[in-house]
Design a protein. Structure first.
Length: 421
């Protein structure tokens, strides 16, 4: 285990987030409780689609690009650089990945797409670290630049090729996928039984072993990999110190500029990989506008996860699940989830009463009653509500989790080499 003594100075160790952190047993118990509540809602409403294998498999596929964008944001912001440009870096990844993929094969497309996102990260680092430009302004500029560049390049690169047009690339060959034989079928059969809790667990696990892309495995492995590098190595300690107290880090010999550059370039590469997933795995081609705000949702997942890889993964899973409702039985499933939302609000109100926060408890209870009334007086929800669900969930989750968050102390703050002298 790496400690601050690796740098001969205990004050370099970034402070732990404030507030009580949930232990793994408690967290797993909360997840199990949420799944049990979802199972009750499924039995009451008859909406079997909310936890079946196909739904969970789609949710995993949609969560991957969100998670990769969020992971990119985590690398940059742990080094003290706000990366609003994740959306643009994902767009670069989609274009470069598809452009190289249809010509030289999908795995070449993956590497070139990562490089495309990393170029966006390098530009963001150059502007923010070297010239100290406001991070938000730079990120917005990256997004606009990426959108304009890909819109200009697409007709030049794709028109004249079979299946290509000014807004779409030719098809890219598949990277391949795998299904765990025997286990996948057994879990699907168990899920089809419709039993309380057990079938829902089977649906969740079945989605993890059925028709899974090889790139999904890479993305999942990057979550614990990031945790190990940033929290268990001297390199990670130095990088995080740049986001907590760069002046102190510099006084101990850390090249703050170098670590910020490394972090933001890696950030862009990860966002680019998320874009590659969209243009090679989710769809076998580049299509203008296919990122559709996932870079911003990834940023929200990172914030929800309190700048930690595990929490980020949970946030990406939640947003991926709600996004998957658009593709599979959206209206019926979202209507059933209204009941789940009402129950969660009632439970939240009870918790607030226990903590003697009576005014928020009353407000939460009223909100729960309104959601239940919506569920009880309708048979389905409009398609517009289904499409907006991922974005509404993003706002709600961020609003509810805002009080427990602590970003790196020097995140987004201007820094000049030698300012601590």
């Amino acid at each position: 285990m790496t400690t601050a003594t690796d740098l001969n100075q205990p004050t370099l160790q970034p402070a732990a987030p404030t507030g009580r952190r949930l232990s793994w047993p408690v967290l797993l118990l909360i997840i199990a409780g949420g799944l049990a509540l979802t199972s009750i809602v499924r039995l009451i409403t008859g909406a079997d689609g909310i936890t079946n294998v196909s739904q969970m498999s789609t949710a995993l596929q949609l969560a991957v690009p969100i998670g990769l964008a969020g992971l990119g944001g985590l690398w940059a912001e742990r080094a003290g650089v706000v990366n609003i440009g994740l959306e643009g870096m994902m767009i670069l990844g989609t274009w470069f990945g598809a452009w190289a993929g249809f010509q030289w094969g999908p795995w070449t497309g993956v590497l070139v797409g990562i490089a495309g996102g990393a170029i966006g990260g390098l530009l963001h680092a150059f502007v923010t670290v070297t010239f100290n430009v406001n991070h938000i302004v730079s990120g917005v500029a990256i997004n606009i630049l990426a959108l304009g560049a890909t819109r200009y390049l697409a007709p030049l690169a794709f028109e004249g090729h079979t299946g290509g047009s000014a807004k779409q690339s030719p098809a890219v060959d598949s990277l391949g996928s795998f299904t765990v034989p025997g286990l996948s079928d057994a879990l699907r059969d168990l899920n089809n039984q419709g039993w309380f809790f057990v079938s829902d667990i089977a649906g969740l696990l079945g989605g993890l072993v059925t028709n899974v892309s090889w790139l999904t495995l890479v993305a999942v492995a990057l979550i614990p990999g990031t945790w190990w590098v940033l929290w268990r190595t001297a390199f990670g300690l130095r990088l995080r110190s740049c986001g907590e107290n760069p002046v102190a880090a510099e006084s101990l010999g850390v090249n703050v500029y170098k670590y910020k550059y490394i972090a933001v370039i890696i950030s862009g590469g990860l966002a680019g990989l998320g874009g590659v997933f969209l243009s090679i795995v989710a769809n076998p081609f580049y299509l203008e506008g296919q990122v559709s705000g996932r870079g911003f949702i990834g940023l929200a997942a990172m914030i929800f996860g309190n700048w930690m890889p595990g929490g980020l993964a949970l946030g990406a899973g939640l947003f991926g699940y709600t996004d998957s409702l658009n593709l599979r039985g959206g209206s019926a499933n979202v209507h059933a989830l209204l009941l789940l939302g009402a129950l969660l609000l009632v439970i939240g109100a009870i918790w607030l009463v226990i903590r003697k926060k009576y005014v928020p408890a009353v407000a939460t209870l009223i909100a729960g009653a309104l959601v239940f009334a919506w569920y009880a007086t309708t048979d389905e929800v409009p398609n517009q509500v289904v499409s907006a669900t991922p974005y509404v969930i993003t706002l709600v989750v961020l609003a509810l989790s805002a009080q427990r968050l602590r970003m790196p102390r020097a995140n987004g703050m201007p820094y000049r080499k030698g300012q601590g002298k």
